[in-house]
Design a protein around this ligand. Structure first.
Ligand code: NAG
Ligand code: NAG
Ligand code: NAG
Ligand code: NAG
Ligand code: NAG
Ligand code: NAG
Length: 507
Protein backbone atom coordinates (compact mmCIF):
# COMPACT_ATOMS: atom_id res chain seq x y z
CA UNK A 1 0.00 0.00 0.00
CA UNK A 2 2.57 2.53 1.14
CA UNK A 3 4.82 1.72 -1.83
CA UNK A 4 1.96 2.25 -4.30
CA UNK A 5 1.09 5.58 -2.77
CA UNK A 6 4.69 6.70 -2.97
CA UNK A 7 4.88 5.77 -6.67
CA UNK A 8 1.67 7.67 -7.36
CA UNK A 9 2.99 10.75 -5.59
CA UNK A 10 6.26 10.54 -7.45
CA UNK A 11 4.57 10.32 -10.82
CA UNK A 12 2.35 13.33 -10.25
CA UNK A 13 5.26 15.37 -8.93
CA UNK A 14 7.47 14.67 -12.01
CA UNK A 15 10.78 12.85 -12.15
CA UNK A 16 12.71 12.38 -8.92
CA UNK A 17 15.40 14.98 -8.56
CA UNK A 18 18.71 13.20 -9.14
CA UNK A 19 22.03 13.20 -10.92
CA UNK A 20 22.34 10.89 -13.91
CA UNK A 21 23.42 7.41 -12.76
CA UNK A 22 27.14 7.89 -13.34
CA UNK A 23 27.61 10.97 -11.17
CA UNK A 24 28.62 9.83 -7.70
CA UNK A 25 31.02 10.32 -4.81
CA UNK A 26 34.69 9.64 -5.68
CA UNK A 27 34.24 10.30 -9.39
CA UNK A 28 36.69 11.98 -11.72
CA UNK A 29 35.34 14.71 -13.99
CA UNK A 30 37.13 15.73 -17.17
CA UNK A 31 39.60 18.60 -16.58
CA UNK A 32 40.37 21.55 -18.87
CA UNK A 33 40.44 22.48 -21.68
CA UNK A 34 37.07 20.71 -21.66
CA UNK A 35 34.31 21.74 -19.30
CA UNK A 36 32.75 18.80 -17.49
CA UNK A 37 29.11 18.16 -18.32
CA UNK A 38 26.89 17.44 -15.32
CA UNK A 39 23.28 16.37 -15.82
CA UNK A 40 20.35 14.67 -14.20
CA UNK A 41 16.58 14.54 -13.88
CA UNK A 42 14.04 16.67 -12.02
CA UNK A 43 10.62 18.21 -12.00
CA UNK A 44 9.76 19.71 -15.37
CA UNK A 45 10.16 23.47 -15.33
CA UNK A 46 12.08 23.57 -12.05
CA UNK A 47 15.30 25.56 -11.72
CA UNK A 48 18.45 23.68 -10.84
CA UNK A 49 21.61 25.22 -9.40
CA UNK A 50 24.84 23.23 -9.41
CA UNK A 51 27.60 24.53 -7.17
CA UNK A 52 31.13 23.32 -6.82
CA UNK A 53 32.90 23.82 -3.48
CA UNK A 54 36.34 23.30 -2.09
CA UNK A 55 36.98 23.44 1.65
CA UNK A 56 33.33 24.50 2.13
CA UNK A 57 33.79 27.56 -0.12
CA UNK A 58 31.63 27.78 -3.24
CA UNK A 59 33.87 28.44 -6.22
CA UNK A 60 31.42 28.00 -9.10
CA UNK A 61 27.66 28.09 -9.62
CA UNK A 62 25.76 27.03 -12.76
CA UNK A 63 22.03 27.19 -13.42
CA UNK A 64 19.75 25.12 -15.62
CA UNK A 65 16.08 24.51 -16.05
CA UNK A 66 14.53 21.05 -16.15
CA UNK A 67 13.27 20.48 -19.71
CA UNK A 68 9.56 19.78 -20.07
CA UNK A 69 9.68 16.76 -22.30
CA UNK A 70 12.77 14.86 -21.12
CA UNK A 71 12.57 16.03 -17.49
CA UNK A 72 16.36 16.37 -17.70
CA UNK A 73 18.67 19.21 -16.75
CA UNK A 74 22.26 19.78 -17.81
CA UNK A 75 25.07 22.23 -16.97
CA UNK A 76 28.57 22.61 -18.36
CA UNK A 77 31.12 23.50 -15.69
CA UNK A 78 33.87 26.00 -16.42
CA UNK A 79 37.10 24.22 -17.43
CA UNK A 80 38.98 23.17 -14.29
CA UNK A 81 42.61 22.44 -13.51
CA UNK A 82 43.32 18.92 -12.35
CA UNK A 83 42.99 18.29 -8.64
CA UNK A 84 40.54 18.10 -5.76
CA UNK A 85 38.78 17.09 -3.64
CA UNK A 86 35.66 19.10 -4.41
CA UNK A 87 32.07 18.67 -3.39
CA UNK A 88 29.26 19.27 -5.83
CA UNK A 89 25.79 20.25 -4.77
CA UNK A 90 22.69 20.38 -6.94
CA UNK A 91 19.59 22.22 -5.73
CA UNK A 92 16.15 22.15 -7.28
CA UNK A 93 13.74 25.06 -6.87
CA UNK A 94 10.20 24.45 -7.98
CA UNK A 95 6.70 25.15 -6.76
CA UNK A 96 7.11 22.27 -4.29
CA UNK A 97 9.71 21.67 -1.59
CA UNK A 98 13.25 22.70 -2.51
CA UNK A 99 15.51 19.67 -2.87
CA UNK A 100 19.28 19.27 -2.80
CA UNK A 101 21.86 16.54 -3.45
CA UNK A 102 25.57 16.56 -2.68
CA UNK A 103 28.45 14.54 -4.12
CA UNK A 104 31.70 14.34 -2.17
CA UNK A 105 35.33 13.67 -2.95
CA UNK A 106 35.16 14.73 -6.62
CA UNK A 107 38.40 15.19 -8.57
CA UNK A 108 39.23 16.71 -11.94
CA UNK A 109 41.55 14.80 -14.25
CA UNK A 110 41.27 12.79 -17.47
CA UNK A 111 38.40 10.41 -18.10
CA UNK A 112 38.96 7.38 -20.38
CA UNK A 113 36.30 4.98 -21.60
CA UNK A 114 37.35 1.31 -21.96
CA UNK A 115 35.23 -0.85 -24.26
CA UNK A 116 35.32 -4.08 -26.25
CA UNK A 117 34.95 -7.79 -25.62
CA UNK A 118 36.42 -10.38 -23.24
CA UNK A 119 40.07 -9.35 -23.47
CA UNK A 120 38.96 -5.93 -22.21
CA UNK A 121 36.70 -7.51 -19.57
CA UNK A 122 39.39 -9.86 -18.15
CA UNK A 123 40.03 -8.68 -14.62
CA UNK A 124 43.24 -7.91 -12.76
CA UNK A 125 42.89 -11.20 -10.82
CA UNK A 126 43.16 -13.16 -14.10
CA UNK A 127 46.46 -11.81 -15.42
CA UNK A 128 50.13 -12.65 -14.86
CA UNK A 129 51.45 -11.44 -11.50
CA UNK A 130 47.85 -10.89 -10.36
CA UNK A 131 48.57 -10.90 -6.65
CA UNK A 132 51.34 -8.32 -7.02
CA UNK A 133 49.16 -6.06 -9.18
CA UNK A 134 46.23 -6.39 -6.77
CA UNK A 135 48.39 -5.65 -3.75
CA UNK A 136 49.53 -2.39 -5.37
CA UNK A 137 45.98 -1.03 -5.69
CA UNK A 138 46.30 1.25 -2.62
CA UNK A 139 49.21 3.06 -4.27
CA UNK A 140 46.79 4.61 -6.78
CA UNK A 141 43.95 6.30 -4.86
CA UNK A 142 43.59 8.95 -7.59
CA UNK A 143 42.81 6.45 -10.31
CA UNK A 144 39.05 5.99 -9.97
CA UNK A 145 36.96 3.10 -11.31
CA UNK A 146 33.47 2.75 -12.70
CA UNK A 147 31.87 -0.26 -14.45
CA UNK A 148 28.60 -0.30 -16.37
CA UNK A 149 26.46 -3.44 -16.13
CA UNK A 150 25.85 -5.77 -19.04
CA UNK A 151 22.61 -4.49 -20.50
CA UNK A 152 21.23 -4.63 -24.03
CA UNK A 153 18.42 -2.57 -25.44
CA UNK A 154 16.46 -2.30 -28.69
CA UNK A 155 16.21 1.47 -28.29
CA UNK A 156 18.76 4.11 -27.35
CA UNK A 157 18.72 4.56 -23.56
CA UNK A 158 19.25 8.00 -22.04
CA UNK A 159 20.86 6.78 -18.82
CA UNK A 160 22.52 3.53 -17.71
CA UNK A 161 19.91 1.04 -16.55
CA UNK A 162 22.31 -0.60 -14.08
CA UNK A 163 25.84 -0.23 -12.74
CA UNK A 164 28.16 -3.03 -11.62
CA UNK A 165 30.71 -0.83 -9.87
CA UNK A 166 29.77 2.73 -8.92
CA UNK A 167 32.71 5.21 -8.83
CA UNK A 168 35.26 3.72 -6.45
CA UNK A 169 38.73 4.10 -5.08
CA UNK A 170 40.73 1.05 -6.20
CA UNK A 171 41.13 -1.88 -3.80
CA UNK A 172 42.33 -5.45 -4.32
CA UNK A 173 38.67 -6.53 -4.01
CA UNK A 174 37.14 -4.31 -6.69
CA UNK A 175 40.07 -4.86 -9.08
CA UNK A 176 39.82 -8.62 -8.72
CA UNK A 177 36.14 -9.06 -8.06
CA UNK A 178 35.87 -12.23 -10.17
CA UNK A 179 36.61 -13.73 -13.55
CA UNK A 180 35.38 -11.56 -16.43
CA UNK A 181 33.42 -9.21 -14.18
CA UNK A 182 35.28 -6.15 -12.92
CA UNK A 183 37.66 -4.50 -13.03
CA UNK A 184 39.24 -4.67 -16.48
CA UNK A 185 42.98 -5.35 -16.27
CA UNK A 186 43.74 -3.51 -19.51
CA UNK A 187 41.71 -0.50 -18.40
CA UNK A 188 43.27 -0.49 -14.92
CA UNK A 189 46.88 -0.90 -16.06
CA UNK A 190 46.31 1.80 -18.70
CA UNK A 191 44.94 4.26 -16.13
CA UNK A 192 47.74 3.43 -13.73
CA UNK A 193 50.41 4.08 -16.40
CA UNK A 194 48.79 7.38 -17.32
CA UNK A 195 48.71 8.36 -13.66
CA UNK A 196 52.41 7.57 -13.34
CA UNK A 197 53.18 9.79 -16.33
CA UNK A 198 50.75 12.64 -15.68
CA UNK A 199 50.62 12.64 -11.87
CA UNK A 200 47.00 13.74 -11.76
CA UNK A 201 43.64 11.96 -11.32
CA UNK A 202 42.41 9.50 -13.95
CA UNK A 203 38.80 8.32 -14.22
CA UNK A 204 38.23 4.93 -15.84
CA UNK A 205 34.81 3.98 -17.20
CA UNK A 206 34.52 0.31 -18.19
CA UNK A 207 31.67 -0.55 -20.55
CA UNK A 208 32.57 -3.85 -22.22
CA UNK A 209 31.00 -7.29 -22.81
CA UNK A 210 32.67 -10.60 -23.70
CA UNK A 211 31.89 -12.42 -26.95
CA UNK A 212 30.38 -9.41 -28.67
CA UNK A 213 30.86 -8.36 -32.31
CA UNK A 214 31.43 -4.78 -33.41
CA UNK A 215 27.91 -4.67 -34.87
CA UNK A 216 26.44 -4.73 -31.34
CA UNK A 217 28.46 -1.61 -30.42
CA UNK A 218 27.52 0.22 -33.62
CA UNK A 219 24.73 2.73 -34.12
CA UNK A 220 22.35 2.35 -37.06
CA UNK A 221 24.44 4.98 -38.86
CA UNK A 222 27.55 2.74 -38.81
CA UNK A 223 25.62 -0.33 -39.98
CA UNK A 224 24.06 1.63 -42.81
CA UNK A 225 27.38 3.10 -43.90
CA UNK A 226 28.82 -0.41 -44.18
CA UNK A 227 25.80 -1.90 -45.91
CA UNK A 228 24.74 -4.03 -42.95
CA UNK A 229 21.10 -4.63 -42.07
CA UNK A 230 19.81 -2.41 -39.27
CA UNK A 231 16.88 -4.74 -38.92
CA UNK A 232 17.59 -7.33 -36.27
CA UNK A 233 15.38 -10.01 -37.83
CA UNK A 234 17.36 -9.96 -41.04
CA UNK A 235 20.68 -10.04 -39.18
CA UNK A 236 19.94 -13.11 -37.08
CA UNK A 237 19.86 -15.59 -39.90
CA UNK A 238 18.87 -18.94 -38.42
CA UNK A 239 18.51 -17.92 -34.75
CA UNK A 240 15.51 -16.20 -33.29
CA UNK A 241 17.01 -15.34 -29.94
CA UNK A 242 18.33 -11.88 -29.33
CA UNK A 243 21.66 -11.65 -27.58
CA UNK A 244 24.58 -9.35 -27.39
CA UNK A 245 25.30 -10.18 -31.05
CA UNK A 246 22.26 -8.23 -32.18
CA UNK A 247 23.18 -5.02 -34.02
CA UNK A 248 23.20 -1.83 -31.94
CA UNK A 249 21.98 -3.35 -28.66
CA UNK A 250 25.14 -2.44 -26.74
CA UNK A 251 25.50 0.92 -28.43
CA UNK A 252 21.94 1.56 -27.24
CA UNK A 253 22.34 0.46 -23.63
CA UNK A 254 26.04 0.79 -22.77
CA UNK A 255 27.42 3.65 -24.91
CA UNK A 256 24.57 6.00 -25.81
CA UNK A 257 23.80 6.77 -22.13
CA UNK A 258 27.39 8.00 -21.66
CA UNK A 259 27.38 10.51 -24.53
CA UNK A 260 26.71 13.52 -22.28
CA UNK A 261 29.89 12.86 -20.30
CA UNK A 262 33.01 14.87 -21.18
CA UNK A 263 35.95 12.58 -21.78
CA UNK A 264 39.56 12.50 -22.94
CA UNK A 265 39.53 9.35 -25.06
CA UNK A 266 38.57 5.74 -25.61
CA UNK A 267 40.52 2.47 -25.56
CA UNK A 268 39.11 -0.57 -27.35
CA UNK A 269 40.01 -4.28 -27.31
CA UNK A 270 37.61 -6.10 -29.63
CA UNK A 271 37.67 -8.05 -32.88
CA UNK A 272 38.01 -11.75 -32.00
CA UNK A 273 34.29 -12.23 -32.56
CA UNK A 274 34.48 -10.60 -35.97
CA UNK A 275 37.01 -13.22 -37.09
CA UNK A 276 33.79 -15.26 -37.46
CA UNK A 277 31.34 -12.56 -38.50
CA UNK A 278 31.55 -9.98 -41.30
CA UNK A 279 35.36 -10.26 -41.18
CA UNK A 280 36.04 -8.41 -44.42
CA UNK A 281 33.71 -5.59 -43.47
CA UNK A 282 35.78 -4.74 -40.38
CA UNK A 283 37.82 -2.29 -42.48
CA UNK A 284 34.53 -0.39 -42.84
CA UNK A 285 32.82 -1.01 -39.50
CA UNK A 286 35.80 -0.17 -37.28
CA UNK A 287 36.73 3.18 -38.90
CA UNK A 288 33.02 4.03 -39.11
CA UNK A 289 32.47 3.21 -35.43
CA UNK A 290 35.39 5.42 -34.41
CA UNK A 291 34.09 8.32 -36.50
CA UNK A 292 30.54 7.83 -35.26
CA UNK A 293 31.50 7.64 -31.57
CA UNK A 294 33.58 10.79 -32.03
CA UNK A 295 30.69 12.73 -33.55
CA UNK A 296 28.25 11.43 -30.95
CA UNK A 297 30.42 12.13 -27.88
CA UNK A 298 31.29 15.57 -29.22
CA UNK A 299 27.70 16.63 -29.73
CA UNK A 300 26.38 14.83 -26.62
CA UNK A 301 28.82 16.78 -24.44
CA UNK A 302 27.82 20.17 -25.92
CA UNK A 303 31.13 20.22 -27.78
CA UNK A 304 33.25 19.62 -24.66
CA UNK A 305 34.63 16.21 -25.74
CA UNK A 306 37.05 16.87 -28.62
CA UNK A 307 35.60 16.06 -32.07
CA UNK A 308 38.72 14.03 -32.90
CA UNK A 309 39.41 12.62 -29.43
CA UNK A 310 42.17 10.01 -29.12
CA UNK A 311 41.10 6.42 -29.78
CA UNK A 312 43.50 3.62 -28.85
CA UNK A 313 43.09 -0.07 -29.61
CA UNK A 314 44.78 -3.42 -29.17
CA UNK A 315 45.51 -5.37 -32.32
CA UNK A 316 44.40 -8.99 -31.87
CA UNK A 317 46.73 -11.43 -30.19
CA UNK A 318 46.56 -15.17 -30.96
CA UNK A 319 44.01 -17.97 -30.66
CA UNK A 320 44.79 -21.27 -32.42
CA UNK A 321 47.94 -22.74 -33.94
CA UNK A 322 46.44 -23.36 -37.34
CA UNK A 323 47.16 -22.35 -40.91
CA UNK A 324 43.96 -23.08 -42.81
CA UNK A 325 42.11 -19.95 -41.88
CA UNK A 326 43.64 -16.46 -41.95
CA UNK A 327 40.67 -14.61 -40.44
CA UNK A 328 42.70 -13.39 -37.44
CA UNK A 329 45.35 -11.99 -39.78
CA UNK A 330 42.64 -10.27 -41.82
CA UNK A 331 41.03 -8.72 -38.73
CA UNK A 332 44.44 -7.45 -37.56
CA UNK A 333 44.92 -5.83 -40.95
CA UNK A 334 41.39 -4.40 -41.02
CA UNK A 335 41.90 -3.03 -37.49
CA UNK A 336 44.38 -0.65 -39.13
CA UNK A 337 41.92 0.16 -41.96
CA UNK A 338 44.29 -1.88 -44.17
CA UNK A 339 47.28 0.42 -43.58
CA UNK A 340 49.22 -1.86 -41.21
CA UNK A 341 49.92 0.88 -38.65
CA UNK A 342 48.06 3.60 -36.75
CA UNK A 343 47.48 6.49 -36.86
CA UNK A 344 46.90 6.79 -40.60
CA UNK A 345 44.80 8.74 -43.11
CA UNK A 346 41.64 6.76 -42.41
CA UNK A 347 42.26 6.49 -38.67
CA UNK A 348 43.55 9.90 -37.57
CA UNK A 349 44.50 10.44 -33.92
CA UNK A 350 44.42 6.72 -33.13
CA UNK A 351 47.09 4.50 -31.56
CA UNK A 352 47.57 0.75 -31.60
CA UNK A 353 49.23 -1.81 -29.33
CA UNK A 354 50.54 -4.78 -31.32
CA UNK A 355 49.93 -8.04 -29.41
CA UNK A 356 50.60 -10.68 -32.06
CA UNK A 357 53.64 -11.90 -30.08
CA UNK A 358 51.91 -12.14 -26.68
CA UNK A 359 50.45 -15.62 -27.07
CA UNK A 360 49.53 -17.75 -24.05
CA UNK A 361 48.85 -21.35 -25.02
CA UNK A 362 48.14 -22.50 -21.47
CA UNK A 363 45.93 -19.68 -20.26
CA UNK A 364 43.34 -21.22 -17.89
CA UNK A 365 40.80 -18.94 -19.57
CA UNK A 366 41.55 -20.39 -23.01
CA UNK A 367 44.34 -19.38 -25.38
CA UNK A 368 42.14 -16.58 -26.77
CA UNK A 369 42.67 -14.82 -23.43
CA UNK A 370 46.42 -14.27 -23.00
CA UNK A 371 47.39 -13.32 -19.47
CA UNK A 372 50.20 -10.90 -20.25
CA UNK A 373 48.26 -7.65 -20.22
CA UNK A 374 51.21 -5.67 -18.84
CA UNK A 375 53.04 -5.66 -22.17
CA UNK A 376 49.81 -4.92 -24.03
CA UNK A 377 49.29 -1.85 -21.88
CA UNK A 378 52.95 -0.80 -21.95
CA UNK A 379 52.63 -0.57 -25.74
CA UNK A 380 49.19 1.06 -25.56
CA UNK A 381 50.23 3.69 -23.06
CA UNK A 382 53.17 4.74 -25.26
CA UNK A 383 50.63 5.41 -28.01
CA UNK A 384 48.48 7.44 -25.63
CA UNK A 385 51.44 9.54 -24.53
CA UNK A 386 52.46 10.24 -28.14
CA UNK A 387 49.02 10.67 -29.72
CA UNK A 388 46.66 11.79 -26.96
CA UNK A 389 49.19 13.81 -24.95
CA UNK A 390 51.48 14.94 -27.77
CA UNK A 391 54.76 13.79 -26.22
CA UNK A 392 57.32 14.64 -28.91
CA UNK A 393 59.94 12.18 -30.04
CA UNK A 394 58.44 9.23 -28.19
CA UNK A 395 58.75 5.98 -30.15
CA UNK A 396 55.41 4.19 -29.88
CA UNK A 397 55.29 2.10 -33.08
CA UNK A 398 57.29 -0.93 -34.12
CA UNK A 399 59.33 -1.04 -37.35
CA UNK A 400 57.32 -0.82 -40.55
CA UNK A 401 58.86 -1.25 -44.02
CA UNK A 402 59.29 1.87 -46.12
CA UNK A 403 60.62 0.19 -49.23
CA UNK A 404 60.89 -3.27 -50.77
CA UNK A 405 63.49 -3.89 -53.46
CA UNK A 406 63.33 -7.12 -55.46
CA UNK A 407 66.65 -8.24 -56.89
CA UNK A 408 65.33 -10.71 -59.45
CA UNK A 409 68.70 -11.64 -60.84
CA UNK A 410 69.93 -12.91 -57.47
CA UNK A 411 66.55 -14.10 -56.19
CA UNK A 412 66.77 -11.75 -53.20
CA UNK A 413 64.32 -9.31 -51.65
CA UNK A 414 65.46 -6.40 -49.50
CA UNK A 415 62.89 -5.12 -47.01
CA UNK A 416 63.96 -1.69 -45.74
CA UNK A 417 62.86 -0.13 -42.48
CA UNK A 418 63.10 3.47 -41.39
CA UNK A 419 63.60 2.50 -37.76
CA UNK A 420 66.65 0.65 -36.62
CA UNK A 421 65.59 -2.98 -36.21
CA UNK A 422 66.40 -5.36 -33.43
CA UNK A 423 66.67 -8.85 -34.87
CA UNK A 424 65.70 -11.49 -32.29
CA UNK A 425 65.85 -14.48 -34.59
CA UNK A 426 65.93 -15.63 -38.20
CA UNK A 427 62.74 -17.24 -39.48
CA UNK A 428 62.22 -19.26 -42.62
CA UNK A 429 58.50 -18.77 -43.24
CA UNK A 430 57.24 -15.68 -41.43
CA UNK A 431 57.82 -13.66 -44.62
CA UNK A 432 55.92 -14.94 -47.64
CA UNK A 433 55.80 -13.82 -51.25
CA UNK A 434 53.20 -14.07 -53.95
CA UNK A 435 54.61 -14.91 -57.34
CA UNK A 436 52.56 -14.31 -60.44
CA UNK A 437 53.00 -12.96 -63.95
CA UNK A 438 51.24 -9.75 -62.98
CA UNK A 439 49.55 -8.12 -60.03
CA UNK A 440 45.92 -8.97 -60.32
CA UNK A 441 43.43 -8.78 -57.48
CA UNK A 442 41.29 -11.40 -59.22
CA UNK A 443 43.97 -14.04 -59.20
CA UNK A 444 44.44 -15.62 -55.79
CA UNK A 445 48.03 -15.66 -54.61
CA UNK A 446 50.08 -18.79 -54.18
CA UNK A 447 51.97 -17.72 -51.09
CA UNK A 448 55.43 -19.22 -50.70
CA UNK A 449 57.79 -18.78 -47.77
CA UNK A 450 60.70 -16.41 -48.31
CA UNK A 451 63.33 -17.34 -45.72
CA UNK A 452 65.23 -14.57 -43.99
CA UNK A 453 68.87 -14.84 -45.07
CA UNK A 454 70.51 -11.84 -43.46
CA UNK A 455 69.77 -8.57 -41.73
CA UNK A 456 71.49 -5.27 -41.06
CA UNK A 457 70.42 -2.29 -38.96
CA UNK A 458 67.66 -1.17 -41.36
CA UNK A 459 67.27 -4.00 -43.87
CA UNK A 460 66.11 -7.59 -43.84
CA UNK A 461 67.14 -9.71 -46.82
CA UNK A 462 64.94 -12.60 -47.93
CA UNK A 463 65.47 -15.22 -50.56
CA UNK A 464 62.61 -16.06 -52.91
CA UNK A 465 63.47 -19.50 -54.20
CA UNK A 466 61.02 -21.13 -56.50
CA UNK A 467 59.55 -17.87 -57.65
CA UNK A 468 59.69 -18.28 -61.42
CA UNK A 469 57.43 -15.31 -62.05
CA UNK A 470 57.57 -11.80 -60.68
CA UNK A 471 57.28 -11.24 -56.94
CA UNK A 472 54.11 -9.17 -56.79
CA UNK A 473 53.26 -9.15 -53.11
CA UNK A 474 54.97 -9.62 -49.77
CA UNK A 475 53.51 -10.31 -46.33
CA UNK A 476 54.82 -10.70 -42.79
CA UNK A 477 53.39 -12.52 -39.76
CA UNK A 478 50.21 -13.28 -41.70
CA UNK A 479 49.03 -16.13 -39.51
CA UNK A 480 46.82 -16.62 -36.53
CA UNK A 481 49.84 -17.64 -34.40
CA UNK A 482 52.95 -16.42 -36.23
CA UNK A 483 55.53 -16.63 -33.43
CA UNK A 484 56.20 -17.64 -29.87
CA UNK A 485 55.87 -15.50 -26.73
CA UNK A 486 57.86 -12.30 -27.29
CA UNK A 487 59.87 -14.14 -29.96
CA UNK A 488 58.84 -12.67 -33.26
CA UNK A 489 61.89 -11.98 -35.45
CA UNK A 490 61.69 -8.20 -35.62
CA UNK A 491 61.41 -5.53 -32.92
CA UNK A 492 62.91 -2.12 -32.39
CA UNK A 493 65.28 -1.38 -29.53
CA UNK A 494 62.33 -0.41 -27.31
CA UNK A 495 61.09 -3.99 -27.79
CA UNK A 496 58.08 -2.89 -29.82
CA UNK A 497 57.29 -5.62 -32.36
CA UNK A 498 57.05 -5.08 -36.11
CA UNK A 499 53.34 -5.29 -36.94
CA UNK A 500 52.04 -7.75 -39.54
CA UNK A 501 51.66 -6.41 -43.08
CA UNK A 502 50.81 -7.32 -46.66
CA UNK A 503 51.94 -5.08 -49.52
CA UNK A 504 52.37 -4.92 -53.27
CA UNK A 505 55.99 -4.97 -54.33
CA UNK A 506 55.33 -3.60 -57.82
CA UNK A 507 54.61 0.11 -57.75
C1 NAG B 1 13.34 29.98 -12.27
O1 NAG B 1 14.16 31.14 -12.40
C2 NAG B 1 13.56 32.19 -13.10
C3 NAG B 1 14.52 33.36 -13.20
O2 NAG B 1 15.85 32.93 -13.25
C4 NAG B 1 12.30 32.65 -12.38
O3 NAG B 1 11.65 33.66 -13.14
C5 NAG B 1 11.37 31.47 -12.18
O4 NAG B 1 10.26 31.86 -11.40
C6 NAG B 1 12.06 30.31 -11.51
N1 NAG B 1 11.20 29.16 -11.48
C7 NAG B 1 10.97 28.45 -10.37
C8 NAG B 1 10.00 27.27 -10.53
O5 NAG B 1 11.52 28.67 -9.31
C1 NAG C 1 19.18 19.84 1.80
O1 NAG C 1 18.17 18.83 1.92
C2 NAG C 1 18.01 18.31 3.22
C3 NAG C 1 16.92 17.27 3.16
O2 NAG C 1 17.21 16.35 2.17
C4 NAG C 1 17.62 19.43 4.18
O3 NAG C 1 17.59 18.92 5.49
C5 NAG C 1 18.66 20.54 4.11
O4 NAG C 1 18.24 21.65 4.89
C6 NAG C 1 18.84 21.02 2.69
N1 NAG C 1 19.94 21.99 2.63
C7 NAG C 1 19.87 23.11 1.97
C8 NAG C 1 21.05 24.02 2.08
O5 NAG C 1 18.91 23.43 1.30
C1 NAG D 1 21.85 14.34 -22.23
O1 NAG D 1 21.30 15.39 -21.47
C2 NAG D 1 20.03 15.82 -21.88
C3 NAG D 1 19.66 17.01 -21.03
O2 NAG D 1 20.24 18.15 -21.59
C4 NAG D 1 19.04 14.69 -21.73
O3 NAG D 1 17.78 15.09 -22.19
C5 NAG D 1 19.49 13.52 -22.53
O4 NAG D 1 18.67 12.42 -22.25
C6 NAG D 1 20.93 13.14 -22.24
N1 NAG D 1 21.32 12.29 -23.32
C7 NAG D 1 21.96 11.18 -23.21
C8 NAG D 1 22.22 10.41 -24.44
O5 NAG D 1 22.33 10.77 -22.16
C1 NAG E 1 38.61 -17.93 -12.00
O1 NAG E 1 39.12 -18.89 -12.88
C2 NAG E 1 40.23 -19.61 -12.36
C3 NAG E 1 40.81 -20.46 -13.47
O2 NAG E 1 39.83 -21.23 -14.08
C4 NAG E 1 39.75 -20.42 -11.16
O3 NAG E 1 40.84 -21.11 -10.60
C5 NAG E 1 39.16 -19.46 -10.14
O4 NAG E 1 38.60 -20.20 -9.06
C6 NAG E 1 38.08 -18.60 -10.74
N1 NAG E 1 37.72 -17.59 -9.78
C7 NAG E 1 36.46 -17.32 -9.48
C8 NAG E 1 36.24 -16.27 -8.47
O5 NAG E 1 35.52 -17.89 -9.99
C1 NAG F 1 37.99 -4.30 -47.05
O1 NAG F 1 38.70 -5.48 -47.33
C2 NAG F 1 38.10 -6.25 -48.36
C3 NAG F 1 38.84 -7.57 -48.44
O2 NAG F 1 40.20 -7.40 -48.48
C4 NAG F 1 38.14 -5.46 -49.65
O3 NAG F 1 37.53 -6.19 -50.68
C5 NAG F 1 37.40 -4.14 -49.44
O4 NAG F 1 37.51 -3.34 -50.59
C6 NAG F 1 37.94 -3.40 -48.25
N1 NAG F 1 37.03 -2.30 -47.95
C7 NAG F 1 37.46 -1.08 -47.59
C8 NAG F 1 36.41 -0.09 -47.25
O5 NAG F 1 38.64 -0.78 -47.53
C1 NAG G 1 55.91 -10.53 -13.40
O1 NAG G 1 56.74 -10.26 -12.28
C2 NAG G 1 58.11 -10.59 -12.49
C3 NAG G 1 58.82 -10.38 -11.17
O2 NAG G 1 58.61 -9.07 -10.72
C4 NAG G 1 58.66 -9.72 -13.60
O3 NAG G 1 60.01 -10.04 -13.85
C5 NAG G 1 57.84 -9.96 -14.86
O4 NAG G 1 58.28 -9.08 -15.89
C6 NAG G 1 56.37 -9.73 -14.60
N1 NAG G 1 55.62 -10.10 -15.78
C7 NAG G 1 54.88 -9.23 -16.48
C8 NAG G 1 54.21 -9.74 -17.69
O5 NAG G 1 54.73 -8.08 -16.13
Amino acid sequence: MAACLLLLLASTAGATFRFASYYADHMVLQKKPAGAVVWGYGEAGANVTVSLSRDCKVIMKKMAQVEEHSEAWKVVLDPMNHGGPYSMKAEQHSKGEPKNLTLQNIYFGDVWLCSGQSNMVMTVSQIINASKELSEAPLYPYVRLFTASLIQSKVELQDLAKIDLQWSIPTAENLGHGNFSYFSAVCWLFGRSLYETLQYPIGLVESAWGGTPIEAWSSGRVLQECGLPRDVRRFLRPKLVSGPETPSVLWNAMIHPLLNMSLMGVIWYQGENNAFLNTDLYNCTFPALIADWRRAFHSGSEGQTQPLFAFGFVQLSTFRRQHQDDSFARIRWHQTADFGYAPNKRLPNTFMAVAVDLCDEHSPYGSIHPRDKQNVVYRLHLGARAVAYGEKGLVFQGPYPVKVVVDEARGLINVMYEQEILLLLMHDHIFEVCCSPQLSPQEPCQWVPAPMVSASSHTVTLSSPGCRDTVTRLRYAWAEWPCEYRRCPLYNRHLLPAPPFVMDTLR
